[in-house]
Design a protein around this ligand. Sequence first.
Ligand code: H76
Length: 477
Amino acid sequence: MRNKLIIFLVLLISATSVVCAQEAKKEMIPLKYGATNEGKRQDPAMQKFRDNRLGIFIHWGLYAIPGGEWNGKVYGGAAEWLKSWAKVPADDWMKLMDQWNPNKFNAKQWAKMAKDMGAKYVKITTKHHEGFCLWPSKYSKYTVAQTHDKRDLLGEMVKAYNDEGIDVHFYFSVMDWSHPDYRYSIKSEEDSIAFNRFLEFTDNQLKELATRYPTVKDFWFDGTWDASVKKNSWWTAHAEQMLKEMVPGVTINSRLRADDKGKRHFDSNGRLMGDYESGYERRLPDPVKDLKVTQWDWEGCMTIPENQWGYHKDWSLSYVKTPIEVIDRVVHAVSMGGNMVVNFGPQADGDFRPEEKALSAAIGKWTKRYGAAIYGCDYAGFDKQDWGYYTRGKNGEVYMVVFNQPYSERLIVKTPKGISIEKASLLTTGEDITVVETTRNEYNVSVPKKNPGEPYVIQLKIRVAEGTKGVYRDALT
Ligand code: H76
């Protein structure tokens, strides 16, 4: 028995030292095109990006015209991918430009709608995969300027949103189905020459956007997953650098980037490229298992139906989320130190479908009452409970956002070591909420006297004990 124990201990110690030696040996792989930031950016522009927390996406392009239907057939896949589902040649697809007639488009109304919803920023598809540009790009013949309408729709939006105090971010697809020089992979010298021309064209468009619309705060790249882009990772580093030199403070998503070895989002040394992680598309990190995401900035994005970004005429083909389900995802993201972007796919005529208007208004009603638990808030460092999510405000206050009202009428709160609850109150009315300490670092927080009948917020005033160690001390003071 004793021998066995000794053998076990010897094995344990040697295994540990092997692990330690490996740790020590783990040298940084030298990279030319790896991450450029050390940890989270803390400059004012990045702080603003982070404090905004709730944004909207606008997916608007030629795909809004067919709205998921081609030659009498309705496709259930994402409407902005219809060209691909129905195998429409680029020339035919681009003829949709003749039908582009957004006669109900009113940038001021769009901006007002976003403002009323409580969105602090908007990400606009300047150019999606199809290649149609919402601005009069002089490098393409597929732009708003070549339609009957002729207006610089992007310019009108930038102005209107900015006038409402809403930050404008540009979505930009590198992959461009309309461009003859685009390549999915580089298989020959010819491909390489063509793709180099394509990258020059892309640089020109990016410079054009940055110059024409200097209030842009962010570029969100998409369509960067092809082997051709990964092989030209130098270009992804260059594009990030170029935009940062042109637009002071601009933020760039991780999806643009690939390192020397073609590794995307995180470089070969495990460091985040770009300024924030942008992989959480239509999904979210697990609130218990994936706490690592609190170490970097990130932004999730979501659709209201299952997977429709552009306008699709038939929303009955998939599940459509309710306003509370959307709000849940927004709070979920903030509770893990992330942002959330809710997508809208305007109709071809420039109006929003009634479902989107209703949803936007319902979210606005909620953010008006409870926005304090979202904007400027961050990961609170408390263990997740079943009733909902915690967020932490700028002054160290902790918010409990309650989505599941318990029959016990008591909300369990477990505080990290050294942290106690001083006081609890209902955010909307200031009503005092009873708090009972049930055991060390564990409390019952009573539900409000009158059930608010909607997800609600209890604000906690907490006390951090002198000498509290670890992340909570840093996080909460
Ligand atoms: C795949 C894909 C694209 N990325 C989302 C943000 C939508 O733009 C979708 O078409």
